[in-house]
Design a protein around this ligand. Structure first.
Ligand SMILES: NC(=O)c1ccc[n+]([C@@H]2O[C@H](COP(=O)([O-])OP(=O)(O)OC[C@H]3O[C@@H](n4cnc5c(N)ncnc54)[C@H](O)[C@@H]3O)[C@@H](O)[C@H]2O)c1
Length: 373
């Protein structure tokens, strides 16, 4: 099957980015959202992203115009009838996704593949909302979709192997690095990333460090492009809370329960950049001051890093994902300068294990203990 027409449902942070990715790769793209307002917001998201690329000299105005001309926007799912592949990027709410997939099943030609960009929800349940579960997969892009090179391809027990191979092929045609994973809450990257982000807000809630100290610690001491509170604001705190709820329902671990600080912000409508404020205020250009308190920065950096490295070791040791896929996911999906196994190799595994024991004993949290395998 050759793919030429691609549909995208939901035109927010991710949907608009996915539209751009496919239009840049010369596919004909159809972007659908639930209202005229949401469609306009999607158009404006795409226009702003292209204008940024032009102003940085990464695209010419002519290329930007060509990309825009490849996209048709609308509110009606009938627009997606002839699409070879439709990717859903609506909010992380299972009931909403089930409803969208049953509508897509009715609207899209029978040969069309339906994919969800869900970060954590069951792709199997989503597939079961259609009459074509063999043709339903997860295709999980990272934020910003035009920049991050990693895509997780999620298959279910129903997925047709040929369909999964076609998704891998189409992902390669976009210049992305793909990792295949079975249907598990949070897949590879979000299972690790969200626990790390939640841990940061738990530290914030406990009063041990400020958001500025934590963000400065991870940027300065690990070279991360953003600290955890900045990243939560970029992803969308509402989305992060929903992802954590799904992960927590699976693990039942207290450390995966969405931290109070995040839940409160979402209840107040502060969802992050997309709503104008979250942990930080985006009404003006954000400049996070560096924090002079080195001891606090060292402590939170140690705690966040060691807990995260421990999770990576456990994920690989249990056969959930390979070390290579974990390293690629964290570098190419989140923009981290090094993969966790590269960090472990340079620190030395014994040092990491000793730090895990120290963290677990100091905090009283057994989950931080090294895995005994
Ligand atoms: N934000 C991230 O960093 C990120 C990264 C990877 C994956 N994801 C996943 O991508 C999906 C979308 O997340 P987002 O951050 O783009 O959310 P968002 O809130 O920015 O955008 C959601 C979009 O869906 C639209 N929408 C709402 N109801 C709809 C409906 N009934 N029909 C069609 N469209 C509808 C909204 O108008 C909006 O355009 C979620 O499943 C999320 O978990 C998010």
């Amino acid at each position: 099957m050759s793919f030429s027409q691609i549909g995208v449902v939901g035109l927010g942070i991710m949907g608009a980015g996915i539209v751009e990715v496919f239009a840049r790769a010369e596919y004909q793209v159809f972007g659908v959202a639930e209202s005229a307002l949401a469609v306009d917001a999607g158009k404006s998201n795409l226009a702003k992203s292209l204008a940024r690329a032009v102003s940085k000299g990464k695209l010419s105005q002519e290329q930007s115009d060509e990309i825009t001309a490849r996209v048709t926007f609308g509110e009606d799912f009938a627009l997606l009838a002839d699409c070879d592949l439709v990717i859903e990027a609506a909010p992380e709410i299972l009931s909403l996704k089930l409803d969208i997939f049953s509508k897509l099943d009715a609207a899209v030609k029978p040969s069309g593949i339906l994919a969800t960009n869900t970060s954590s929800l069951s792709v199997t349940e989503i597939a079961n909302a259609t009459s074509r579960p063999a043709k339903v997969v997860g295709m999980h892009f990272f934020n910003p979709a035009p920049v991050q090179k990693f895509v997780e391809v999620i298959s279910t027990n129903h997925s047709d192997g040929e369909v999964v191979s076609q998704i891998v092929e189409i992902g390669n045609s976009l210049g992305k690095h793909l990792a295949r994973i079975s249907d598990q809450p949070g897949f590879i990257v979000n299972k690790l990333l969200l626990r790390y982000l939640n841990h940061a807000v738990q530290i914030l809630d406990s009063g041990q460090a400020s958001k500025e100290q934590m963000d400065a610690a991870m940027r300065e001491l690990s070279g991360y492009p953003m600290g955890p509170c900045e990243l939560l604001d970029l992803i969308g705190i509402d989305t992060c809370v929903e992802i954590l709820k799904t992960i927590h329902a699976d693990t039942q671990l207290e450390i995966d329960e969405p931290a109070t600080g995040m839940v409160k912000l979402v209840s107040a409508g502060n969802k992050g950049r997309k709503s104008g404020s979250g942990f930080y205020d985006y009404s003006e250009k954000l400049e996070i001051p560096t924090d002079p308190n080195q001891d606090i920065k060292d402590q939170v950096h140690n705690d966040l890093l060691i807990a995260y490295l421990g999770d990576c070791i456990a994920m690989a040791a249990t056969g959930y994902a390979t070390k290579a896929d974990i390293d690629s996911g964290m570098k190419l999906g989140c923009g981290l300068p090094e993969g966790p196994f590269e960090v472990i190799a340079s620190l030395g595994i014994e040092k990491v294990r000793a730090a895990q024991v120290e963290l677990s004993e100091r905090t009283g949290i057994a989950t931080y203990q090294p895995l005994s395998v």
